[in-house]
Design a protein around this ligand. Structure first.
Ligand code: FES
Length: 230
């Protein structure tokens, strides 16, 4: 038998997994509404598993058994289904972690520009702070601002170790993180693209434990009132 038990036959005598009864699980109203809104976006409600789990993670800090039970009760799926999704995706946490996430990219471009030392300095700087989850991450797709990090879902770079104290101050105070280093605020050739001026995204600074997959919802050009008709 393999140590993982993959060659063990399924136990067909086991009782089927149960979907939690909505009456048995208390679900915060805001979380319920968000999950239902995600479900309404898809013909198959199970397609909403990722955003629903991300919402529960923002609520609870991680995909705890309680968070999983709440999502399962609203989505009418088994907790086992959601656990299988949560354990597969890297940005869904299945163990308690800090509510703020700092993902330091250590892939090749960032590594060549000092990401490994940057990661070590971040880890030293947050040592003992259970609210900040610092970890290495593979290429985050922003190699042009290497070395960079995703801080509560906001891309910032290029970073040096000297930036760490100010960055962590911003995170802990719930402020926009190093605004002048944010990728979304770097001006590019397309005048309708990024802006230095768009308002802080509502999720930024909120507790979400590292699964903020969203970009600013307000179009930057619209926000500053200069989108021209094409
Ligand atoms: S190598 Fe760091 S963003 Fe690509």
């Amino acid at each position: 038998m393999s140590p993982l038990g993959w060659d063990t036959a399924a136990d067909l005598e086991k009782p089927p997994a149960e979907i939690p009864s909505p009456g048995e699980v208390d679900v915060p109203e805001g979380l319920r509404a968000e999950i239902e809104a995600h479900m309404a976006n898809y013909p198959d409600r199970r397609s909403a598993a990722l955003p629903a789990l991300a919402a529960a993670q923002r609520e609870h800090g991680w995909c705890s058994p309680q968070a999983i039970a709440q999502v399962a009760a609203v989505m009418r799926v088994t907790p086992a289904y959601l656990e299988s999704v949560a354990s597969f995706y890297d940005m869904l946490e299945t163990e308690p972690v800090g509510r703020h996430s700092v993902y330091v990219c250590t892939n090749i471009s960032c590594s060549l520009r000092g990401a490994d030392a940057l990661l070590a300095d971040f880890q030293r700087a947050v040592d003992g702070d259970p609210e900040v989850n610092v970890r290495a991450f593979e290429c985050l797709g922003a190699c042009d601002i290497a070395p960079m990090a995703s801080v509560d879902g906001v891309y910032v770079g290029p970073l040096s170790s000297q930036d760490i104290p100010a960055l962590l101050d911003d995170v802990r105070a719930g402020r926009a993180v190093l605004p002048e280093r944010q990728l979304a605020r770097r001006l590019v050739a397309d005048p309708h693209a990024n802006s230095t001026e768009f308002p802080q995204h509502p999720a930024q600074g909120a507790a979400h434990g590292g699964a903020n997959l969203e970009l600013p919802t307000e179009d930057p050009a619209t926000a500053r009132g200069r989108r021209e008709p094409r």
